[in-house]
Write a protein that binds this ligand. Structure first.
Ligand code: ATP
Ligand code: MG
Length: 362
């Protein structure tokens, strides 16, 4: 039976390094949950603790109500799809997938039926007799997925399962993983450093940095309401402009002055206190800007460069000082594109401008 997973104040210290730092997460039954963060932030360490391969220094792991700290890995009934968790090279596709059921002492009839069903689901039924070396990378990864799922795990654990594949196979398999997960309803904990993959595949995402969870929520919330400058810079494209708080207002908004002298109204993040005269960083997503010729408010910019990317048009505007501001427009027939060198006014849409404590390293 698939189960909820509770990570309660878990830390892991290696000699001199805190790889996981007081992490608490409640993962619901059947949820697709992703740990997202850059290299070395502690994702694999946390996943290995959940799998039972690594003891935590502090804290508890529960599957349902049961504390499993002392349950060995092979008794946790997890399905694992790890980057380095290779398939058995001397066993056929069928035998690889059958392995977990054999170990669990299932009858031959059961094994035969369930392995065939599973292989059909991952579209490898016609290759069941092949050896792994006779498969493509994507097919091999589907064998690993089938092997993990066939045992009907309580929890499915995946560590960067797509990172060795080419883009096309990666895009294809990530939809397949999501579809299979939904079909089985299995609680899944997925690790990636690819933010687009995390947003697409997950019910909820925990963004990690130096062993800590810095924000946790559904993909849309993480993208639209980053709670820190780190999350705003890590998730999605963003203009991050250094600024100075010139005026704070009772409604939580503030007037931010940019180095070139222009100012714009930004919303402070709840919980962060910015005061008059303080350095801050203003974030503005490239798609949240309207371009106008003049008009009150807005930022005056000169168009420096245009990149045509097909479905979007990317434009770089100089505001006088600092890095250019990127603005994207949809690549539609009816969109008018200004010419390079022309002056435009950039009007950010309401609520799209956020001010964060701290300064970005440019
Ligand atoms: N066995 C170990 N002994 C000492 N330090 C370790 C050990 N395993 C991991 N670390 C350290 O713990 C930190 C977290 O490592 P971890 O493998 O969990 O990162 P990660 O988020 O999975 O990174 P990546 O995206 O590169 O896989 C790193 O600083 C790493 O060097
Ligand atoms: Mg890792």
């Amino acid at each position: 039976m698939t189960t909820s997973v509770s990570i309660d104040n878990v830390s892991k210290e290696f000699s001199g390094t805190t790889a996981v730092d007081s992490v608490s997460i409640e993962i619901g039954q059947g949820e697709f949950f992703t740990l997202l963060g850059s290299s070395g932030c502690g994702k694999t360490t946390l996943l290995r603790i959940i799998a039972g391969f690594l003891p935590q220094t502090r804290g508890d792991i529960r599957f349902g109500d049961k504390i499993i700290n002392n349950v060995p890995a092979h008794q946790r009934n997890t399905g694992m799809v790890f980057q380095n968790y290779a398939i058995f090279p001397h066993l056929s596709v069928f035998e690889n997938v059958a392995y977990g059921l054999k170990v669990r002492g299932r009858s031959r009839g059961d094994i035969d039926r369930e392995v065939r069903q599973m292989l059909d689901l991952v579209r490898l039924g016609h290759l069941s007799h092949r050896l792994p070396r006779e498969l493509s990378g994507g097919q091999q990864q589907r064998v690993v997925l089938a092997r993990a799922m066939v045992i009907k795990p309580d929890v499915l654990l995946m560590d960067e399962p797509l990172s060795n594949l080419d883009t096309e196979m990666r895009l294809h398999l990530r939809s397949e993983i999501r579809a299979l997960q939904q079909q089985f309803g299995v609680t899944t904990i997925y690790v990636t450093h690819d933010q687009e993959e995390a947003l697409l595949i997950s019910d909820r995402v925990a963004v990690m940095s130096t062993g800590k969870v810095v924000q946790l929520g559904p993909p849309r919330e993480i993208y639209l309401q980053p709670s820190t400058l780190f999350v705003a810079s890590f998730i999605g494209d963003n203009n991050l402009l250094p600024a100075m708080v010139e005026e704070t207002r009772p409604d939580g908004s503030l007037l931010a002055r940019l180095p070139g002298g222009q100012a714009l109204i930004a919303h402070a993040v709840p919980g962060q206190k910015l005061s008059h005269g303080e350095a801050c960083t203003v974030s503005l997503r490239p798609q949240d800007v309207d371009l106008k010729q003049g008009g009150p408010g807005g930022l005056e910019g000169v168009l420096e460069d245009i990149q045509f990317l097909g479905n979007t048009i990317k434009m770089y505007f100089s505001l006088g000082e600092g890095k250019p501001v990127v603005v994207t427009l949809p690549g539609r027939h009816d969109v008018t594109i200004p010419t390079v060198g022309s002056k435009c006014t950039l009007h950010p849409s309401a609520h799209a401008v956020t001010a964060f404590e701290g300064v970005v390293s440019q």
